[in-house]
Each structure stands twice: as structure tokens, then as C-alpha cells.
Design a protein around this ligand. Structure first.
Ligand code: C5P
Length: 214
């Protein structure tokens, strides 16, 4: 067994930062799977196509070049996140992105992946699984601060509504809904800063390593 670390959870829960720091700590490659869905949504928007067009979204997912996505600032916007959440509900899109994610997870030596369905669908046998969450209000406040620092003038109320709409869509969809895997450890970061959250995450991974002899 290799050290696959699955980090799932809703938007702005801290899962991305936690996953990146776990990857650094354990010297493992990291895949932010949200970027894949963001790239598919952004492609449709750039081509002027409807986000309801499953055939076009599936084609965009099949043709996706996953390299360099983390360097694309256009994928970090709220608009790209919303578009991602819309196309992520299509079965065709999810199955087109499955092999790429499973191949990443299966790398010799292990990997860290963060998303919504890593512990349930992409890597159900991962020895270390975390479900990172926080209240919608705290998550909205974190995202709002980030966007305000970048010059966005979105109100906190609109940010909270965006987060709640995205949670509902991600958790309510038929295809690979966002849900805590039975064997994932819940990490609620509502009252934690990033250092405390990361320490808690590392303890969860250490317990999983000890349990599986990794
Ligand atoms: O995590 P991030 O905010 O970048 O994800 C954007 C959207 O992509 C999510 O709201 C979700 O709909 C979708 N997603 C998904 N499965 C994943 C990762 C992201 O459905 N593994």
C-alpha cells in the first residue's frame, strides 16, 4: 500500500492549503482536482457555450491538458468556481476526468489529491482520508477576505449566497455528490487558523500511517 492522502470538503474549508502543505511535508505530488472542473467550465465560457451543454462540456473534459492549470489565474475566480460546479454535475465530464485522477493517485510513492469525491470515488482505498469543513459563514468570510484583497467588490452576503448555492449543488447532485466517506476523518476548521488546522491534519495522517504501517 502507498500513502495516498485524500482531502475532500466544501469550498474555502481550508482543504486546498492543507493538501498543499501535506504534500510538501511528505514529499508527495499534489493534484487540486477542482482545477480540472474549473478548466472545463472556463473553456465553455471562453467559447461562448452554455454551461448546460453536457456534450460540449464532456468534449472539453476529454480534450483537457491538465499541465499548467495551477499557473492560470483565470481559474481562481468565483466565476470559474461557479462554472466548475455546474459542469461537475455531468456524468460525462466526471468520467472523462476519472482516468487522469486515478493515474495521479496511483503514482509510485503516493500522492495527495484534494476535491469533493477523492475518498469516495477516485481513491476509495486511500489509507488516509480527511473531510475538511467549516461553517458556511466562516468559509464565506475567508473567501471574501481573499477576493477583497485582490480588489473584488463582492459583498459578504453575496459571497455567502454563492457558497451556499455551490454546497447545495455539489452535495445534491446525482453523480459523485460531495459526501464524507465512511472512513474519512472529519476536520472542522471553523475555529482554527491555518497552523492549527494543518497540525490537526498532520496528526490524522500520522495516525493513518501508523495504522497501515506506512
Ligand atoms: O475546489 P474547487 O472550489 O476548486 O472546486 C470547484 C468545483 O469543482 C466544485 O464546486 C465542485 O463542483 C467541482 N469539483 C468536483 N469534484 C472534485 C473537485 C471539484 O465536483 N473532485
Amino acid at each position: 500500500m502507498t500513502l495516498i492522502i485524500a482531502v475532500d470538503g466544501p469550498a474555502a474549508s481550508g482543504k486546498g492549503t492543507i493538501a498543499a502543505r501535506l504534500a510538501l511535508t511528505y514529499g508527495l505530488p499534489h493534484l487540486d482536482t477542482g482545477l480540472l472542473y474549473r478548466a472545463v467550465g472556463a473553456r465553455l465560457l471562453a467559447q461562448g457555450l452554455s454551461l448546460d451543454d453536457e456534450a460540449a462540456a464532456t468534449e472539453a473534459a476529454r480534450g483537457l491538458d491538465a499541465s499548467g492549470l495551477s499557473d492560470d489565474p483565470g481559474l481562481t475566480t468565483g466565476e470559474a468556481g461557479e462554472a466548475a460546479s455546474r459542469v461537475a454535475s455531468f456524468t460525462g465530464v466526471r468520467s472523462a476526468l476519472l482516468d487522469l485522477q486515478q493515474a495521479f493517485a496511483a503514482q509510485v510513492g503516493g500522492a495527495v489529491l484534494d476535491g469533493r469525491d477523492i475518498g469516495t470515488v477516485i481513491a476509495p482505498d486511500a489509507p488516509a482520508k480527511l473531510f475538511v469543513t467549516a461553517t458556511p459563514e466562516v468559509r464565506a468570510a475567508r473567501r471574501w477576505k481573499q477576493l477583497a484583497a485582490r480588489g473584488s467588490d463582492i459583498s459578504f452576503e453575496d459571497m455567502l449566497a454563492d457558497i451556499q448555492r455551490r454546497d447545495e449543488r455539489d452535495a445534491g447532485r446525482g453523480a459523485a455528490p460531495m459526501v464524507q466517506a465512511d472512513d474519512a476523518v472529519l476536520l472542522d476548521t471553523t475555529d482554527m487558523g491555518i497552523e492549527a488546522a494543518f497540525d490537526a491534519a498532520r496528526r490524522i495522517v500520522e495516525a493513518a500511517r501508523a495504522k497501515h504501517g506506512l
